[in-house]
Design a protein around this ligand. Structure first.
Ligand code: NAP
Ligand code: MG
Length: 400
């Protein structure tokens, strides 16, 4: 069989622990036999990040901006314990944070759904994709605790010398205060990423804030989304028959629960933090959650939403078999290959990505699953296999 040819390289970001092991297995068993794989390889494993003073992370993100499509393995975000374990020179920042700030992107998370794993919310028939604005608000706020009567004010001093001031509260006793911000630039980038991804995946886009209460701050989010939509996406949306829908956050939550799914839900930073955990739990398993970072100018980085599965890795190091679920990591590869194929006009590569995903779903629908899924499956007689067995079963089912 002749292997499928690629033209532009995929940016490959390798990672750590159990997912690094799965990464190699996925490439060897599910990709290299079928695709004449062209990648620009960056080793984001913690030892190499330490060796390169984290330059490799920066370089990989720049490459993602240059080529437009990257696929990333889960990576360790160092903490005190990892400093000792890996004898690090420095507590390097989260690679995902570094990549996100260089690509200026928004993260979209979507569950892989199968008939035998029913979501907790019974009327959800299709996945719900959540997009979280990853800048500002309470995550970049300053706070004060006061313990006497006094006046709190919000002051802005413009470089022009112009001054704006409002009273926040006249305290009669002790209390707390918080100052937070966002920027038009960041909100606009977020909006572009969301509209782009909606066009890309042909799904409706929902957005919600609390602009009835926050008449300036949240209203600014609504205004910018509206502006970006009217200027750049309205016609494309109409052509594709998809909708942009704005409502209040509490109304959105109620509608999401009553919906059939199948749309993108754009959330402000805090709402996204809370709601993405709610959605991923309700859909079943973190191991089945995919994640893609989309930049406002249309660059993509695909990955699994879960981490490096450390507990399984320590068992693997002791020579024990593990049943770690590779689904989200395989879908990161298929997502990246499909996007590369679309951008480069390579239908065979797009077709391969479709067939690979279909083989994964066929395997699960036949009841062959990793241990994490066995307890969640209904209506099939599940058979638990280890990671290698699962990947082998997928390979048998790839029909080109
Ligand atoms: P984790 O790696 O997501 O794993 C947490 C637990 O979830 C696992 O112990 C396992 O439960 C289950 N799980 C997650 N993915 C699974 C899979 N594919 N198959 C089967 N079970 C799975 O989170 P963590 O243990 O909190 O973090 C480990 C490391 O990952 C940390 O160093 C963290 O910094 C990093 N991390 C990286 C990313 C990223 O690169 N995007 C994201 C999150 C965390 P059982 O042990 O009960 O089987
Ligand atoms: Mg959270």
């Amino acid at each position: 069989m002749e292997k499928i040819k690629m033209t532009t390289p995929l940016v490959e970001m390798d990672g750590d622990e159990m997912t690094r092991i799965l990464w190699q297995m996925i490439k060897d068993e599910l990709i290299l036999p079928f695709v004449d794989l062209k990648t620009e390889y960056y080793d984001l494993g913690l030892p190499n990040r330490d060796r390169t003073n984290d330059q490799v992370t920066v370089d990989s993100a720049r490459a993602a901006c240059k080529y437009g499509v990257a696929v990333k393995c889960a990576t360790i975000t160092p903490n005190a314990q990892r400093m000792d374990e890996y004898h690090l020179h420095h507590m390097w920042k989260s690679p995902n944070g570094t990549i996100r700030s260089i690509m200026d992107g928004t993260v979209f998370r979507a569950p892989i759904t199968i008939p035998s794993i029913r979501p907790v919310v019974r009327n959800w028939e299709k996945p719900i994709t959540i997009a979280r604005h990853a800048y500002g608000d309470v995550y970049k706020s300053v706070e004060l605790k006061v313990d006497e009567p006094g006046t709190a004010r919000l002051v802005f001093e413009g470089r022009s010398g112009r001054r704006q001031e409002v009273e926040i509260h006249e305290f009669e006793g002790s209390g707390v205060l918080q100052g937070m911000h966002n920027t038009d630039k960041s909100i606009r980038s977020f909006a572009h990423s969301c509209f782009k991804f909606a066009v890309d995946t042909r799904q409706d886009l929902w957005f919600a804030t609390k602009d009835t209460i926050s008449k300036t701050y949240d209203a600014r989010f609504r205004e910018i989304f509206e502006e970006v939509y009217e200027q750049d996406y309205k016609e494309q949306f109409a052509r594709l028959g998809i909708e942009y829908f704005y409502t209040l956050i509490d109304d959105a939550v109620a509608r999401v629960v009553r919906s059939k799914g199948g749309f993108i839900w754009a959330c402000k930073n805090y709402d996204g933090d809370v709601m993405s955990d709610m959605l991923s739990t309700a859909f079943g398993s973190l191991a089945m959650m995919t994640s893609v970072l989309v930049s406002p100018d249309g660059n993509y980085e695909f990955e699994a939403a879960h981490g490096t599965v450390t507990r399984h890795y320590y068992r693997y190091l002791k020579g024990e078999e593990t049943s770690t679920n590779p689904m989200a990591t395989i879908f990161a590869w298929s997502g990246a290959l499909r996007k590369r194929g679309e951008l480069d006009g390579l239908p065979a590569l797009v077709h391969f990505a479709d067939r690979l995903e279909a083989a994964c779903l066929d395997t699960l629908n036949a009841g062959i699953a990793t241990k994490d899924l066995v307890g969640l499956m209904e209506g099939v007689e599940p058979r638990a296999v280890n990671s290698a067995g699962f990947i082998a079963a997928i390979r048998e089912r790839i029909v080109l």
